[in-house]
Write a protein that binds this ligand. Structure first.
Ligand SMILES: *Cc1c(COP(=O)(O)O)cnc(C)c1O
Length: 230
């Protein structure tokens, strides 16, 4: 028999250093799986599609009083027209990849009078398109945030997805360059100290931790293989 969600969670948590948070990536998994994780004491979740996440979170409210403890981070590419809903459901948007998105997040947060945490996504995977188009644009975003242009947004760190490759050194380089970028930002913009580095998935989180990750985003190793046919 395959291990339960609770067993997978406790196995992973036992390997994580104290300062590393676990974000359980529940995309493509049903609300019932999130309930299982909540009951096992896991309260932070990552989803990459707002539509799927909001539907699931509405379902959670019917299924368990623990829904109040569930915290949602958006980790996938976010379309501008989904921001309104994203800021209603999520406590953090990790996948900010353009200045225009910051502008829309700011606008929608003002409407509902809230502040939100964000991370900026660093493009490190050659094959993937996710993350800021260039380091210059990312630094421009940091500068704008430091100047107070987005008062409802709190920048807490950087996020990256390493390239999908068996080349361990390439993966390690993606993580270490993201850590170095965070250190550089903290030197150049001491008024907005970044504390978070969201790096590492099921296949590479051990390397990410060695390179300074403070948050790993793990799906498959907790919930099993995703069924994309649904
Ligand atoms: C799906 C996803 C993950 C989790 O990946 P696993 O390999 O299932 O652990 C982490 N981060 C992002 C951005 C994802 O889209």
């Amino acid at each position: 028999m395959s291990p339960t969600i609770a067993e997978n969670l406790s196995a992973i948590k036992s390997t994580l250093p104290e300062n590393v948070r676990l974000c359980a990536v529940s995309k493509f998994n049903p609300a019932s799986s999130v309930v299982e994780a909540l009951e096992a004491g896991q309260f932070l979740f990552g989803e990459n599609r707002v539509q799927e996440a909001s539907g699931k979170w509405d379902e959670l409210k019917e299924k368990t009083p623990l829904w109040q403890k569930a915290e949602l981070h958006i980790i996938g590419q976010l379309q501008t027209n989904k921001v309104k809903k994203a800021v209603q459901y999520a406590s953090c948007i990790q996948s900010v990849d353009r200045i225009e998105l910051l502008e829309e997040i700011q606008k929608q947060c003002v409407k509902i009078d809230r502040k939100i945490d964000v991370m900026l996504e660093v493009h490190t995977g050659e094959d993937s398109k996710s993350g800021f188009e260039s380091k210059e644009l990312l630094m421009e975003a940091v500068k704008m945030i430091s100047e107070g242009k987005f008062p409802n947004i709190r920048l807490i760190g950087l996020m990256t997805m390493a390239p999908f490759t068996d080349d361990v050194e390439m993966v390690r380089k993606a993580f270490s360059s993201t850590r170095q970028l965070k250190e550089r930002i903290n030197v150049e913009y001491p008024s907005i100290p970044l504390t978070e580095l969201s790096m590492g998935m099921s296949g590479d989180y051990r390397i990410a931790i060695e390179e300074g990750s403070t948050m790993v985003r793990i799906g498959t190793a907790i919930f099993g293989q995703r069924d994309y046919s649904k």
